[in-house]
Write a protein that binds this ligand. Structure first.
Ligand code: GCV
Length: 690
């Protein structure tokens, strides 16, 4: 079958895309289409693309190549309002074979565009890249790109449970319908794969790291297989989170000791069973001996013993991703130090197919953390970065907080030990805790789609500036009008700092209410485990505030390279954004702004609230560029956002004043309510609780 017939096979699809693009046709703008709307071009860009009018040809006939053709036909039809007729232009897909890392080249000569690369996935990625450029209005004659992935593994981690609950999910129920699988495959599963492939994501861990052993039972294998088969053409490999105690839970053994030959044989047989059905199964993700999860330490073994045992069961077929997110109530040392203390002595002991996955910071996805000291400290171990796309500590789905600047901050951080975080993770990859759910718009809010998008783009190319990502996303998702982008891109870029300012300014962390983590509760000091209490993190009293992590305190600083520790060890020299993370200082500590700490703290809270006001004003001026439904959704969410920013500011200030007895700085408004009022608020039904 030749390339032309590939295009013919797409006829039905093109027809439906054409309907979508016809002037006057009702366009559903509920956010479901994500950044793949391919809104019709206008003016010169439209004329240019219409004149280009390519035939799409493909050398080969694999499923992924067919998808590349379909995507191009669908995208071009939607962008130009008509099916390409092959009136002189050409897009030639020149990628053969399976495998390859998806790197691609797009070369344009006159009216001919050639997409090539080492495997079919290259043509699919190239097709999406070409469509992205065209969507942004770029002249087809000027598109020449050559791209390769910045790291091999670019994974979503879903914290989804088999019953549909999503831990830390703020977008409805799970997108995975385990109950109806394998017989029924929801269209969302295809749309999900398509969205991921369009930004270079190449793997999905489909269940929560607080893992149910169900996923390792024979009943789940056909369900997993159906998904894996559906995603394969999109280059998405399926992984599962494995519960370490599964040999006991569902395997009929009385132990899960990794050094017990029966346990080893059980996992080997399990891996073989999976690979027999899913030959490209990605592997296991494991949360072990953390927050009550079982692990090798239950048997006096190390993380390396546990990870290598699983790695040997998998062999060369896949990987074991072992999480470094560990801390224990039995360990009295600073929680920020515990992962380093447990893992650094194991450097060099992990097998080749084992990767240690490290959160961006040493505590837990706070609005701002310094980079994790493990980056650079395990030169003989593959390290992967774990970022959180879902906004557990960033206002759930109702606060507009664009996270690319946060990830850019960590990726570019120089560890002082062999490169930036991006360089350290380059041989392994990046995982993002997904924010997808059953909400029509996938992410709970329209702007949270930008975080999914940004994660994928940065994992593909960790050097991409946040601004470019925001522009691309905004233009594809809402409007390519320059006036819209000139307003909305800066709004997005400033939004994460705003969240830091009104929630956890100046290096404060973990001031969230217990369990669900919705809203402020810096006053909580009496929970059983010390590190569950916000008081543990802020250490505020009448005299001062902040966690002393210098030599006079926990000395967490010693876990960083000397050059980095030197920058952070002096409270007068440290970037104020990290001040209270590393230092306990008096309330009148002089800040670089010239203000005493207390005044600076209040000024930061006020700056955060003012930024949300400004965001609401910016958005209010965009009505003419955005469809009514999404415009209203965002406007209403910004109202919630504004109220909650004020709540964070007022509740925090009321609490700090109860300790320090200080007056409000000149010109600053009193909190709206008493501290008792803020303390009395409870939200037992807040979503996403674990
Ligand atoms: C999946 C935090 C979250 C938990 C999460 C845990 C983890 O503690 O609150 O919900 O559990 O991190 O990353 O394992």
């Amino acid at each position: 079958m030749g390339g032309r017939s590939l295009v013919n096979r797409c006829a039905a699809l093109i027809a439906s895309a054409l309907l979508f693009a016809l002037p006057g046709a009702v366009r559903a703008e509920d956010g479901y289409a994500l950044w793949l709307r391919y809104a019709p071009l206008e003016g010169e860009a439209l004329e240019r693309l219409r004149a280009f009018d390519p035939a799409i040809t493909a050398a080969g006939e694999g499923a992924t190549l067919a998808l590349a053709s379909q995507e191009l036909a669908r995208g071009l039809t939607s962008l130009t309002g008509g099916m390409p007729q092959g009136g002189g232009g050409e897009i030639a897909l020149n990628c053969r074979g399976e495998g390859g890392d998806g790197s691609f080249t797009i070369e344009t000569r006159g009216r001919s565009i050639r997409i090539s690369g080492p495997g079919e996935l290259s043509c699919l990625y190239g097709a999406y890249a070409l469509l992205r450029e065209l969507s942004l209005g770029v002249d087809p004659a000027a598109i020449n790109l050559s791209e390769a992935p910045g790291m091999p593994l670019r994974l979503l981690n879903h914290w989804d449970n088999p019953d549909g609950h999503v831990e830390r999910g703020y977008a409805g129920r799970s997108i995975f319908d385990w109950w109806r699988l394998p017989e029924h495959l929801d269209q969302r599963m295809i749309d999900y794969a398509r969205a991921n492939a369009s930004i270079g994501i190449n793997g999905s861990v489909v269940n929560n790291v607080n893992a149910s052993p169900l996923f390792l039972t024979p009943r789940y294998l056909p369900k997993l297989k159906r998904l894996a088969d559906a995603w394969r053409p999109y280059g998405i490999r399926l992984y599962i989170s494995a519960r370490f105690s599964a040999p006991r839970d569902v395997g009929g053994l009385e132990t899960a000791d990794p050094l017990d030959p029966r346990v080893q044989a059980w996992w080997k047989a399990k891996a073989d069973e999976i690979y027999a059905e899913i030959p490209d199964f990605g592997g296991f993700l494991v949360k072990a001996n953390s927050e009550g999860q079982p692990g090798p330490q239950d048997y006096g073994r190390t993380h390396a013993d546990g990870a290598n045992m699983l790695g040997r069961a998998i062999g060369e077929r896949g990987v074991v991703i072992w999480r470094a997110f560990v801390y224990s109530e039995l360990d009295a040392t600073d929680r920020a130090k515990q992962a380093y203390a447990e893992f650094v002595p194991l450097d060099g002991q992990f097998d080749d197919n084992v990767i240690v996955q490290v959160k961006n910071g040493p505590i837990d996805f706070q609005p701002r953390e310094p980079f994790h000291p493990l980056f650079g400290a395990m030169p003989n171990t593959k390290l992967m970065l774990e970022a959180q796309i879902t906004k557990e500590y960033l206002g759930f789905s109702t606060h507009l907080s664009f996270l690319a600047p946060m990830w850019e901050e960590v990726l570019r951080a120089d560890t002082g030990r062999g490169g930036t975080v991006a360089e350290i993770i380059a041989p392994a990859g990046m995982a993002g805790v997904a924010n997808t759910g059953s909400d029509r718009n996938w992410s709970g809010s329209h702007f949270d789609q930008a975080n999914w998008y940004a994660f994928g783009r940065l994992a593909w190319n960790p050097g991409l500036p946040s601004e470019q990502i925001a522009r691309e996303w905004g233009a594809q998702t809402f409007s390519r009008d320059e006036r819209f982008l000139a307003a909305v891109v800066p709004m997005m870029l400033g939004s994460r700092q705003a969240t830091v300012d009104y929630m956890n300014p100046l290096g404060l962390a973990h001031l969230f209410d217990t369990g669900h983590h919705y809203g402020p509760a810096p006053w909580v000091c009496d929970l059983a485990r010390p590190e569950w209490n916000p008081c543990y993190y802020h250490k505020a009293d009448a005299e001062g505030i902040g966690f002393d992590r210098t030599r006079s305190g926990s000395n967490a600083l010693e876990q960083y390279a000397l050059s980095i520790a030197a920058q952070w060890s002096d409270p007068r020299m440290i970037d104020p954004d990290y001040l209270l993370w590393f230092h306990h200082v008096p309330w009148d500590f002089p800040m670089p702004s010239g203000r005493p700490l207390w005044d600076e703290l209040v000024a930061r809270y006020d700056r955060g609230v003012a930024a949300v006001d400004e965001m609401a004003r910016t958005w209010a001026a965009q009505e003419r560029f955005v469809d009514a439904e999404r415009f209203r959704d965002v406007s209403e969410y910004l109202r919630i956002h504004r109220q909650e920013a004020q709540w964070w500011r007022d509740a925090s200030i009321a609490y700090w004043r109860s300790l320090n007895g200080l007056d409000m700085p000149a010109g600053a408004a009193e909190p709206e309510h008493t501290l008792e009022h803020y303390r009395s608020l409870t939200f037992p039904e807040a979503p996403g609780n674990g």
